[in-house]
Design a binder for this molecule. Structure first.
Ligand code: FMN
Length: 195
């Protein structure tokens, strides 16, 4: 049984939760997430910060085995995502509202930015629960919006969540991607002021 860990090789220490999060593609296809765990993820998102506390986000949750999950697996994923994502226990569908409560249009950049904060809380809550999460932008937006029947929001991403699986018994391509080291720009490249 090989469960790959990829702690961030940081130049200064950061919290374990942040350092240990990474985006695996090998999930245990027998693991099932409970409704209580899904509610905990939704609650984590609900308490994200947002401009004017507008909370311009909504989430859909599709558990493996449910019709929505299977439909997304069949028609909603692009490229390599279609090969590994269906082994996850859960798809989180993240939507950014197009309209405010009073019906006026929301700025897309602002709605996406707020949405990213809430999705990030889901990902870290999953990590705190001993699960692993992986964002996917490579999804077929129109198909997924059609499946859930939503017209007044943008689909920003789908997040896979599940229990990390055995990486010794997967295709060579998956094995190789799973083993690829996590790399980042140097701290000096992203900090633009003198420290
Ligand atoms: C908005 C967004 C979209 C992403 N889309 C995909 C995707 O479609 N497929 C995929 O395999 N990984 C996807 N990723 C995962 C990134 O490739 C990954 O986070 C990045 O390489 C850094 O690796 P790490 O998360 O393991 O640190 C996405 C990540 C983000 C934040």
């Amino acid at each position: 049984m090989t469960k790959i860990q990829k702690p961030a090789n940081t130049s200064v220490p950061i919290s374990d939760l942040l350092a240990n999060r990474w985006s695996p593609r090998v999930y245990d296809p027998t693991h099932e997430i409970t409704k209580e765990q899904v509610l905990r993820l939704a609650e984590a998102a609900r308490w994200a910060a947002s401009g004017n506390n507008a909370q311009p986000w909504r989430f859909g949750f599709a558990l493996r085995g449910e019709e929505l999950f299977e439909s997304i697996s069949t028609v909603g994923l692009t490229g390599f995502n279609a090969t590994w994502a269906p082994h996850a226990s859960l798809y989180v569908l993240a939507f950014a509202d197009k309209f405010k409560a009073d019906g006026t249009e929301l700025d897309r950049n602002s709605a996406y930015f707020n949405n990213a904060l809430a999705t990030s809380q889901i990902v870290f809550e999953a990590e705190a629960m001993g699960l692993k999460a992986h964002y996917m932008g490579g999804v077929i937006h129109d198909e997924i919006l059609k499946l859930v029947g939503i017209e007044d929001a943008w689909l920003t991403c789908v997040i896979t969540i599940g229990l990390q699986g055995d990486a010794s018994n997967v295709s060579d391509e998956l094995k190789q991607r799973e083993a690829t080291p996590r790399e980042r720009k140097a701290l000096s490249e992203v900090v633009i002021t003198k420290l």
